[in-house]
Design a binder for this molecule. Structure first.
Ligand code: NDP
Ligand code: 2IT
Length: 450
């Protein structure tokens, strides 16, 4: 379609060298083309051109002093992408690979994900090219304080509410909250993913992983199947992966693999989740340490991965949960999964599958859930944390989990109903993108040209 093609050509000119961002935009624009054809109002209102341009992008210097007394300088970002549905909402990522392209792809995805939750939250994302690995708690604290010294003037409980993402968990949120409070004198819900001691919500820690499994369960139930007895591959071993594995065990499935940035672990009898939590959450160590307790497990370092993909997707399993990072599942990985009989792929991470892998999953008619639907339980529970902070309440674990389950069910129904409406019942990419897009587009039209 010429309109979409021209939009992407213009985007590449005005925002050069942002491949991850183009990938996210192309996927959304291609799948919404059926409604662009039938509704010229979107074109007349320049909705697409407005949506691909962030409302505001903030880039800043983050200087800090390491434990040896050396001055370090990082690059900080906050992209306030779209506020049609509510305050900007989305995580902060601290990882050496962070750049403008990655933050923009994440912020763009966040707009549609947040719309799908049905809650009043706009889309944003931020972070820094800071590597927390190997840094002491004091170094992480000084970095977070310096990061907040700039960020605090751009955020607020009804304007922009950051949370965690890769490399940002309860420790980092704590240090950033402390500095925000010191700078502003305000004790308000300006960040989510806070500690339960001072304003956090029960279930927020578990929400993304649990939600990804709830979504997979809905996809299977709709096909007359369930997760009971299924053997699963879960990439990553961070916040999302750990709580996806926990929920899989609770629903009678067995995660047999997980991974980290150094390698992949396979344990035929099922991953010892208590040990993974200890290694990753407490010791901040490497998964290779798992072998000290379980010499019968198999560990493949990244140096031994196949040239065209990743060791984890080469194991035979019923279901795959990519929960680490973007483009961690290649076309060759997808081919192997399908050849080995994998029937479900549920994306806990953001954009984990390369575009060609996505195409293969859709063509094969397996149960394939795209990240922006599957991992929306995290941000949805963040909004529940905002609601509790604003009303000065704290809800029980069961109350929040019930709401999370209901939200994931609604997202699944909205997504599959929209896919059916457009005659492609197995294409949940199309369903999620159109459902999210319509909500944001209509809000933008009603709010005028702003
Ligand atoms: P964490 O930092 O807690 O964990 C990330 C995991 O992925 C770690 O095991 C890490 O390895 C591994 N990893 C990260 N980058 C790479 C890489 N380039 N190559 C290989 N492995 C890598 O992050 P989260 O669990 O919070 O986030 C995981 C994914 O889920 C991300 O895509 C994030 O955007 C998405 N997401 C997160 C949400 C949340 O609520 N946290 C909500 C929705 C989506 P190592 O342990 O060695 O660092
Ligand atoms: O990608 C995501 O949805 C997140 N990292 C969570 C965002 C949030 O505001 O909880």
């Amino acid at each position: 379609m010429a309109y979409i093609h021209n939009t992407i050509v213009d985007l590449k000119q005005s925002s050069p060298a942002q491949s991850e961002f183009y990938q996210a935009v192309e996927e959304v624009l291609e799948s919404i083309s059926p409604i662009l054809d039938s509704n010229l109002n979107y074109q007349q209102q320049a909705i697409i051109q407005r949506m691909v341009e962030p409302e505001r992008q903030i880039m800043f210097r983050v200087p800090w002093v390491d434990d040896s007394g050396n001055i370090q300088v990082n690059k900080g970002y906050r992209v306030e992408f779209n506020s049609a549905l509510g305050p900007y909402k989305g995580g902060l990522r601290f990882h050496p690979s962070v750049n403008a392209s990655i933050i923009k792809f994440l912020g763009f995805e966040q707009i549609f994900k947040n719309a799908l939750t049905g809650l009043p939250i706009g889309g944003g994302k931020g972070g820094a090219n800071f590597n927390p690995k190997g840094r002491s708690d004091n170094e992480v604290m000084r970095f977070c304080q310096s990061f907040m010294n700039e960020l605090y003037r751009h955020i607020g409980p009804t304007t922009d509410v950051p949370a965690g993402d890769i490399g940002v968990g309860a420790r980092e949120i704590g240090y950033m909250f402390g500095q925000y409070k010191r700078l502003t004198g305000r004790y308000d819900g300006v960040l989510t993913g806070k500690s339960l001691l001072w304003g956090g919500s029960l279930v927020r820690k578990e929400a993304t992983g649990y939600g990804a499994v709830y979504f997979a369960d809905h996809m299977l139930n709709a096909r007359g199947e369930s997760l009971q007895g299924q053997r699963c591959l879960v990439s990553g071993s961070g916040n999302v992966a750990i709580y996806a594995m926990e929920k899989l065990y609770q629903l009678g499935a067995t995660p047999i693999c997980c991974s980290d940035s150094s390698g992949t672990l396979y344990h035929q009898e099922g991953i010892d989740l208590k040990l993974v939590k200890q290694i990753k959450e407490q010791q901040r160590g490497s998964l290779i340490e798992y072998l000290n307790n379980h010499p019968d497990a198999v560990y493949t370092p990244t140096s031994d991965y196949p040239a065209d993909g990743h060791a984890i997707w080469r194991y035979q399993a019923d279901a795959a949960f990519p929960c680490a990072t973007q483009n961690e599942l290649t076309e060759a990985d997808a081919e192997t999964l399908l050849d080995n009989g994998c029937k479900t792929v549920s994306e806990g991470a953001n954009m984990p599958s390369a575009q060609k892998a996505v195409d293969l999953f859709i063509q094969s008619s397996i149960a394939y859930g795209p990240g922006k639907a599957v991992n929306a339980g995290g941000v949805a529970t963040s909004q529940l944390e905002m609601a509790q902070n604003a009303s000065m309440q704290s809800w029980s674990f069961e109350q929040v989990d019930q709401k999370l389950q209901q939200i994931m069910k609604n997202i699944f129904i909205t997504t599959i109903d929209t896919a059916r409406e457009f005659g492609q019942p197995n294409n949940l990419v199309l369903g999620a993108n159109i459902a999210g897009f319509r909500r944001v587009a209509h809000a933008m039209i009603e709010q005028g040209v702003v």
